[in-house]
Write a protein that binds this ligand. Structure first.
Ligand code: ZN
Ligand code: ZN
Length: 464
């Protein structure tokens, strides 16, 4: 979902053939020293340095991979003698091309999904292609190596469910394909992979949720890229819900992000246009106003009813309200979160918020948090970037930084409760996944969807 502050965008030309992707599926920070891999019946090649071994089994077998310092060791069962060890161990099915099927490939148990976000959990996932195991100071790193189009078919079903219309899936695949090429090289320098499996890059859960419908839709967009007027690949950012207006890319990702729309996520002439840009003056109406009942924004519940979203959202997403949401804290609760996540050890009492800078979608890019220290002195903590604001204001992660606040006070005027009411989920730049879904449900084409979210770009097929 590309939700972090990205490195500066570089001008990247179109590829002339299908690239191979190296996806980190277990990272150092997951602190896994041992994992179980279940091989289905069939023939596999295991490589230990220069030597390769054939594994041939009539039924599913478990292999245990353990990081011992910087050495990776493979066992058939706990307590047994190691069968393989080395700097790197890798394993792949002999018929690699046959693993891009729903639940096809090898099953890795206990993979972290939603790393660091409010929906983090551990799941068992199946992976097509080749798996490489590395050990770094006792921690496992597992990398899945596979062709880009196979990777994309999996990404699209990991991000959104196979129940989505084909036009949406083609648009999502094309955005993910373009984004991926731009960031293939510079997201995780120094690691044995180029992208990771989570919202830091793009959510990837192998073939676990793959459907034929999704694989077919991705195949029909094969090799298609979003290209800027200058002929370079567009850094095609996307997020779950813009909240009704697409945030200006440069506000979040710097001057290199070009070709991306910054307008209402709604038909021309929509009432939403009256709020563009969202400012300190109109944000309360934007987030809570009566106009929302008749909003025709593509990501609004009038187009995508929120009770139907669980059918379309990826399997690890929490069902909930994203177009407009509400979070409440007791004052002490918010103070605890701020002490812990913003590191304000001297905070004795939260006093107020001070909005410093908002983008055109209403997202705060700079926020002052006013508090009293133990000596009753007023102090201000300034939080910069929508990412940091969302990180420090929630135990896990706040949906977006486009919010207003209300305080409930006691008889002495001290704050008891804080309510945040906000719009959207994610950074809001580029394709809005719920909005693009809404457009496809209304019958808009793949090309229309891309044109709407990346209006400074064209679609180009780079390889067959
Ligand atoms: Zn990443
Ligand atoms: Zn939207």
């Amino acid at each position: 979902m590309a939700d972090l502050n990205e490195p500066e965008v570089e001008n990247v030309p179109l590829p002339n053939r299908e690239p191979l992707c190296r996806v980190g599926i277990v990272l150092r920070e997951d602190s896994k020293s041992k994992m179980v891999l279940e091989l289905p019946a069939g023939r596999f090649k295991l490589e230990e340095g220069e030597t390769s071994f054939l594994l041939d089994s009539q039924s599913a077998v478990d292999l245990i991979f353990e990081a011992q310092g910087n050495e990776i060791v493979c066992f058939e069962s706990d307590g047994a003698a190691p069968i393989h060890s080395g700097d790197t161990l890798s394993i792949e099915p002999l018929k690699v091309q046959e693993t891009l099927l729903p639940k096809g490939g090898m099953l890795l148990k206990g993979v972290v999904a939603g790393r660091g976000f409010h929906w983090q959990k551990e799941v068992d996932l199946t992976y097509p292609g080749r798996l490489e195991f590395f050990a770094r100071e006792g921690n496992l790193i597992v990398v899945n190596v596979l062709p880009m189009e196979a990777y994309l078919a999996c990404v699209v079903t990991s991000e959104m469910s196979g129940a989505c219309p084909a036009e949406f899936l083609k648009a999502q695949a094309t955005a993910a394909r373009s984004w991926m090429m731009v960031f293939l090289k510079n997201k995780h320098t120094g690691e044995p992979f180029s992208i990771c499996n989570d919202d830091c890059c793009q959510r990837y859960q192998g073939t676990t949720f793959l459907s034929d419908h999704v694989a077919g839709a991705v195949e029909r967009s094969r090799g298609m890229f979003i290209v800027t007027e200058e002929g370079y690949l567009c850094a095609a950012y996307y997020s779950k819900s813009c909240g009704g207006i697409m945030e200006r890319a440069q506000n979040i990702f710097g001057e290199g992000a070009v070709g991306i729309s910054e307008k209402p996520d709604a038909p021309d002439g929509s009432i939403t246009s009256d709020f563009n840009p969202v400012t300190e003056e109109n944000i309360r109406e934007w987030v809570t106003g009566k106009f929302l009942k008749k909003s025709d924004s593509f990501c609004s519940p009038n187009v995508c009813p929120e009770e139907t979203l669980p059918k379309y959202l990826g399997a690890v997403d929490e069902a909930g309200k994203y177009y407009r949401w509400r979070v409440e804290y007791a004052r002490q609760e918010l103070e605890d979160i701020l002490r812990q996540k913003a590191g304000v050890a001297d905070m004795a009492e939260f006093v107020d918020f001070h909005p410093i800078q908002r983008g055109n979608s209403g997202r705060l890019h700079e926020l002052g948090i006013i508090y009293r220290d133990g000596g009753a002195n007023l102090k201000t903590l300034t939080v910069k970037s929508q990412y940091e604001i969302r990180r420090v204001l929630h135990e896990k992660f706040l949906f977006s930084s486009a919010f207003v606040w209300d305080f409930e006070r006691d008889a002495d005027g001290r704050i008891n409760k804080i309510a945040l009411r906000g719009a959207g989920w994610g950074h809001g730049v580029g394709l809005c996944q719920i909005g693009a879904l809404g457009m496809s449900l209304q019958g808009h084409s793949y090309e229309d969807i891309i044109k709407h979210y990346y209006s400074g770009c064209t679609l180009v097929r780079a390889y067959e």
